[in-house]
Design a binder for this molecule. Structure first.
Ligand code: GLP
Length: 245
């Protein structure tokens, strides 16, 4: 396991941004998966700033989101589509056909999930997947208890997350919210993964993810078994790990 700990949040964002830029430069036809949330916003904006200051050929890169909120328009500011577009796609001028997102609203989510997986496969599979970490160890919308062989699918939304998203997005109570996500099996098929976690609210779960048993109760613990996963942490998130980090 490769564990990288940065002394500050700013350096955390910087290292993550350069990992993404490095992938884009090393393989101009890369397929790169991204996560939304408090952890990844700054690193996305930094990638955009670096690209704007030092433009390079990026038209062959495919980006996708690992999960999406359902029940809202994708243009709604809490939708992953809108977040990734604002945070990064616009700065990189990524064409719509190279920005793959699961739908927020759809008559047949099962079909949409298979199409999404097939499109990623057709483009060569996932070269780099940046994963955020839930405070209960979730990856995407794969909550504790979900099987390790799960594939891309519609899910419910964890009640605490729903409260947060409703608050952050002002969604009225009568509107049903859910999620659609890459499964753990799809995640583990990525050639390279970077799990990103920062802040004191992640200290406990980072320790359980890295030093506890591999268990479906902590979905992110499966990453201990991935051959090319880097765990990028700031010092606050890494504070609970055994000495020597
Ligand atoms: C949500 C998202 C995930 C994200 C996670 C961490 O559950 N569905 O994609 O990785 O939260 O979010 P944050 O970085 O805000 O803690």
């Amino acid at each position: 396991m490769k564990i990288t700990v940065t002394p500050t949040e700013r350096e955390f964002d910087c290292v993550a941004a350069w990992r993404i830029i490095g992938q884009m430069l090393n393989k101009p036809a890369s397929v790169i998966g991204l996560s939304t949330g408090r952890t990844t916003g700054n690193m996305h904006r930094l990638v955009g700033e670096i690209y704007t200051a030092h433009p390079f050929e990026a038209s062959g890169i495919t980006f996708f989101g690992q999960d999406e909120v359902t029940g809202v328009s994708r243009h709604y500011f809490g939708a992953c589509y809108a977040m990734l577009k604002t945070e990064l796609m616009d700065a990189l001028s990524v064409k719509e056909e190279n920005f793959l997102m699961l739908p927020t609203e759809c008559d047949d989510f099962g079909r949409a999930c298979r199409l999404f997986e097939n499109e990623i496969e057709t483009r060569g599979g996932i070269d780099l997947l940046i994963l955020g970490l839930g405070e209960n160890g979730h990856l995407g919308f794969n909550q504790p208890g979900c099987p390790f062989d799960s594939e891309t699918r519609l899910t419910g939304m964890h009640p605490e997350l729903e409260v947060r998203i409703r608050r952050e997005t002002n969604t009225p109570p009568e509107k049903h919210l859910g999620g659609v996500t890459l499964g753990i099996k799809n995640i583990m098929q990525a050639r390279r993964i970077i799990l990103v976690a920062k802040g004191a609210n992640k200290t406990d779960i980072v320790k359980r993810m890295l030093e506890g048993p591999v268990t479906t109760e902590v979905p992110a613990s499966i990453l201990q078994l991935h051959p090319h996963c880097e765990f990028l942490l700031d010092s606050a998130a890494a504070a609970g790990l055994s000495t020597g980090r």
